[in-house]
Design a protein around this ligand. Structure first.
Ligand code: ATP
Ligand code: MG
Length: 448
């Protein structure tokens, strides 16, 4: 067999029982996503707002990274990696060393020089561009992004990975020669963000947002709707216009002047800004125009909360006691459960591996299947665990698998669908599911 079989018996997945009466109220540290992720060995809490991301969590993160990388390439954004520590001088120049306040982790080196653990990288990237300034107008636009740890000493780090003190962000920074060019870039990148969220497959909303301490002229946020969400969003009942309540100072909808609004809670999963010359001017990130004049670049900044997206997806889609991943992010798409040792169907055990190798030949499932080979446990117990862990599909090698034409029990967890299919039908089923799963919207997004 060309693949190393991925077996549950060898998976590092420390389960943890969180008592039923654990308090999941908003003023408590726990959210349903945190409870589910810790209980099912996806992450562990190593301290307040700090997480150990375990193999299943990293697999989900890798899937998200793949989606993001692919779509960033579509807008010609190139991946870089900036240092975690940023020189305080850059933040002093931008003014944020003092205004960002208590959220900053400030530190000194042995020479008493000040640094911070970067909470975001506008200054650092402007510093990089400044070091090669003035950039020739021929080299524009510049679009650079990274996926890296960010540090914020959050006042209330709670709800698990929804609000960490260390978390992973994807941050893209763009540099253009005029505000109108920066606004065109903004429109293009926002379209790509829409695609990223379409591919992730969790329902989302995009709302007008406040620029906050970031500065600049234009800003939107992407949210997953959930009661636990800490942002209040307003939606116009007439035209669906949405805005973060922070920006909402009028009585009527700014888009259609409608008067009836609905309030919803959202989890902010992405935030986009046109920054203008807010950072490029003080940090001297400039370009030389066609007329030979040196001018500050027009910047844009585009954040995605990578670790927050994982938790927010679970928060939005899951019932109280079982994880539901969007198929796009599930650590494994399929879990195959082998017969119980000593049972009548034990003779069908080898079928699990045949099925495993056949399903691995379906492109979208390759490497995405795990075999629950813990034969000392009953099938029932393992099905319950598989549902709880959030595998979108479970296949049981059970009583009907000893038939001359063996049947497999397919459980489509999110559709509550259960089917008995023979090998040929199983393969057809998953070929169809995988073209659905990376559904029309998703496929279009990834190929256009
Ligand atoms: P919030 O209002 O939730 O504190 P923010 O507006 O301060 O977030 P941004 O500076 O816009 O956050 O950061 C970009 C993205 O990074 C956010 O849209 C969010 O998805 C993610 N993010 C921000 N803070 C955290 C955090 N403490 N833990 C996890 N993800 C975060
Ligand atoms: Mg924000």
């Amino acid at each position: 067999m060309p693949w190393k079989i991925q077996k549950l018996s060898g998976l590092f997945q420390p389960l943890k029982v969180i008592p039923k009466n654990a308090n999941l109220k908003p003023d408590n540290l726990l959210s349903n996503s945190q409870k589910l992720m810790v209980e099912n060995g996806i992450v562990r809490l190593s301290g307040n707002g700090m997480f150990q991301i375990l193999p299943l969590g990293v697999r989900a993160l890798d899937k998200l990274t793949k989606i993001v990388d692919k779509l960033m390439a579509q807008v010609n954004a190139q991946k870089i990696l900036l240092p975690t520590m940023t020189d305080a001088q850059l933040w002093i120049k931008s003014g944020r060393w003092h205004t960002a306040g208590a959220e900053l982790y400030k530190l000194k080196d042995r020479h008493n020089k000040d640094y911070l653990l970067s909470p975001t990288h506008e200054e650092a990237i402007a510093g990089l561009i400044a070091s090669i300034s003035p950039v020739s107008h021929h080299k524009l636009p510049i679009r650079l992004y990274q996926i890296s740890s960010k540090f914020r000493d959050e006042k209330k780090s709670r709800f698990g990975m929804l609000r960490g003190r260390e978390f992973l962000m994807k941050d893209l920074y763009t540099f253009d020669q005029s505000l109108s060019a920066a606004e065109n870039t903004y429109a293009e990148v926002c379209q790509t963000y829409d695609k990223i969220f379409d591919v992730i497959g969790v329902p989302y909303v995009k709302v007008a947002a406040d620029n906050g301490i970031m500065g600049g002229s234009l800003s939107h946020e992407y949210h997953f709707l959930a009661n636990i969400g800490e942002d209040l969003l307003m939606f116009c009942d007439t035209c669906n216009y949405g805005a973060n309540k922070e920006t909402f100072k009028e009585e009527t909808c700014p888009s259609c002047k409608g008067r009836k609004m609905t309030e919803r809670n959202g989890i902010e999963v992405g935030h986009t800004f046109v920054l203008g010359s807010r950072y490029s001017e003080p940090l001297e990130a400039t370009f030389k125009g066609i007329d030979g004049k040196t001018t500050p670049l027009q910047m844009g900044s585009y954040g995605l909360g990578m670790t927050r997206i994982l938790a927010a997806a679970i928060e939005t889609l899951s019932p109280y006691d079982e994880i539901r991943w969007p198929i796009s992010l599930a650590p494994y798409t399929v879990c195959i459960i082998t017969p119980k040792e000593g049972s009548k169907e034990e003779s069908a055990s080898q079928l699990a591996y045949k099925l495993y190798s056949e399903l691995n030949c379906i492109n979208s499932l390759c490497g995405d299947i795990i075999v629950d080979d813990r034969g000392s446990m009953t099938i029932g117990k393992r099905v319950l665990e598989a549902r709880k862990s959030g595998y979108p599909f479970v296949i049981v090698i059970g009583r009907k698998s000893v038939f001359a034409d063996p049947l497999f029990e397919i459980i489509n967890v999110s559709k509550s669908e259960q089917l008995d299919l023979n090998l040929k039908e199983v393969l057809e089923y998953f070929r169809e599911v995988s073209s659905e799963g990376s559904g029309t919207k998703q496929k279009e997004a990834l190929s256009s």
